[in-house]
Design a protein around this ligand. Structure first.
Ligand code: CP3
Length: 392
């Protein structure tokens, strides 16, 4: 038909894309598979391209290199989904924060430690923000043209709390203590920062979908570091503080007693999901909710409106599947350390995921990103087991 969107027709049809079909609610056995961080240092071809590209951010902003490393795991393993190669921290970078990746140490940002630093960030509507990200959209368009028709292309961004934690802490400190401290002191500033991230990243995801992404994933990797409760009882904090920057009174929390997971994770994600769908009707969205616990994971789909919940390795997938409706789409949660271990333990872990999700809509994945020391042969073994060639 002529009414089909051209950006989804570049090669193959969406009906061939199994990850997309599961996101639409279909149970496929064996489930389609991809891995978080599937383009990364465990692959020799990634390390070679990385060395050629220069810095990690150069790699993210060079469509030639970013397309190449995104395709590498697809060529090698035939995963059912490709994930755009970029990083959640290009958003703070686009907002004008200094972001560096220190070899062997991870990301370093100039910490956003108060209202003065917040005031120096770009406004959500500043056109320079999306101009900065233009190479990412070019990468998405080129990927959709170059990928096999049956491969689902995923775009992504970080959830507002996860990105805010890095922006405030300046780095991935073990418990993201600085973000917690700010959240316990100047809650209005945290609200303002989250609000800006909701607006900018809604636009960012819409543009990825318009550029050719089939679906998007929102990474809430640091849900486990949210304060246990919003400290609204602390004098001078929360709803009693002065609004900051562009946050209108109406955008301030209407239920100050809400728990921190609701206020800073689920509700901002829900606003993004609704905002993306308002502009891209029917857009498919996965929310990866690391550290949310069984109850938190069970709340993601109903409370954010996401199509699927990505489950970390800390949660019993069988228990979750027995808690949520059979129509809920899940993704995950094989332990990345089990993939390093390999052997019979790996086979058993694959079987456990398959048993917990048999006949249910599920996307096979790890419970967090693959780590650099993982042997490539173990990924092959995992996929052989999954695809039914690895028995006995
Ligand atoms: O999954 C993919 O293959 C797509 C690419 C991708 C990267 N980062 C590439 C990357 C995605 C989806 C991300 C998301 C991301 N980045 C998250 C959310 C998911 C998660 O892991 O929890 C977070 C928290 C970040 C921030 C970040 N970026 C950290 C903490 C680090 C350092 C950790 C490390 O492995 O060094 C990065 C760097 C990074 N992002 C690398 C890759 C491949 C390694 C950098 C390198 O090649 O030197």
């Amino acid at each position: 038909g002529t009414e089909r969107g051209p950006e989804r027709e570049t090669s193959g049809t969406t009906s061939e894309r199994k990850v997309l079909r599961v996101l639409e609610g279909e149970a496929i056995g064996p489930p389609p598979a991809w891995m978080m961080r599937q383009a990364g240092r465990y692959l020799p071809e990634y390390r070679a391209t990385r060395a050629e590209a220069g810095s990690f951010l150069d790699l993210c902003y060079s469509p030639d290199f970013a397309v190449e490393v995104t395709l590498q795991p697809i060529r090698r393993f035939g995963f059912d989904a490709a994930i755009l190669f970029s990083d959640i921290l290009v958003i703070p970078h686009a907002l004008g924060q200094d972001v560096r990746f220190v070899e062997g140490e991870g990301p370093r940002l100039d910490s956003l430690d108060g209202r003065d630093a917040f005031a120096r960030l770009r406004e959500a509507g500043d056109p320079a923000v999306m101009t900065h990200l233009a190479p990412v959209f070019e990468t998405v368009t080129r990927l959709r043209a170059e990928l096999p028709g049956e491969t689902t292309l995923l775009g992504f961004c970080g959830a507002p709390w996860t990105v805010a934690s890095y922006m405030i802490g300046g780095r991935g400190t073990p418990d993201l203590a600085p973000a917690r401290a700010l959240a316990e002191g100047d809650t209005a500033l945290v609200d303002a920062l989250i609000d800006r991230l909701v607006t900018v990243q809604t636009d960012y995801l819409v543009r990825q979908l318009e550029a050719g992404a089939d679906a998007v994933q929102i990474f809430e990797s640091h849900a486990g570091t949210l304060p246990r409760a919003v400290p609204s009882a602390v004098p001078g904090s929360g709803g009693t503080a002065e609004p900051v920057g562009d946050v209108a009174e109406s955008a301030l929390p209407d239920a100050p007693a809400a728990d921190a997971l609701t206020r800073w994770s689920l509700r901002p994600i829900a606003r993004m999901v609704a905002g993306v769908r308002a502009r891209v009707p029917g857009a498919k969205i996965i929310v990866f909710a690391r550290g949310s616990g069984l109850d938190g994971h069970a709340r993601v789909v109903p409370e954010t409106g996401a199509d699927a919940v990505g489950v970390d390795w800390g949660v019993d997938l069988r228990a979750l599947r027995q808690t949520v409706p059979a129509t809920t789409v899940t993704q995950g949660n094989l332990h990345p350390d089990t993939l390093i271990a390999g052997g019979a333990a790996l086979d058993a872990a694959v079987d456990t995921v398959l048993a917990a999700t048999a006949g249910l809509p599920h996307i096979f994945n790890l419970g967090h990103g693959i780590t650099p020391q993982t042997p490539v042969a173990h990924v092959e073994r995992m996929l052989a087991r999954l695809r039914g060639q690895g028995q006995g």
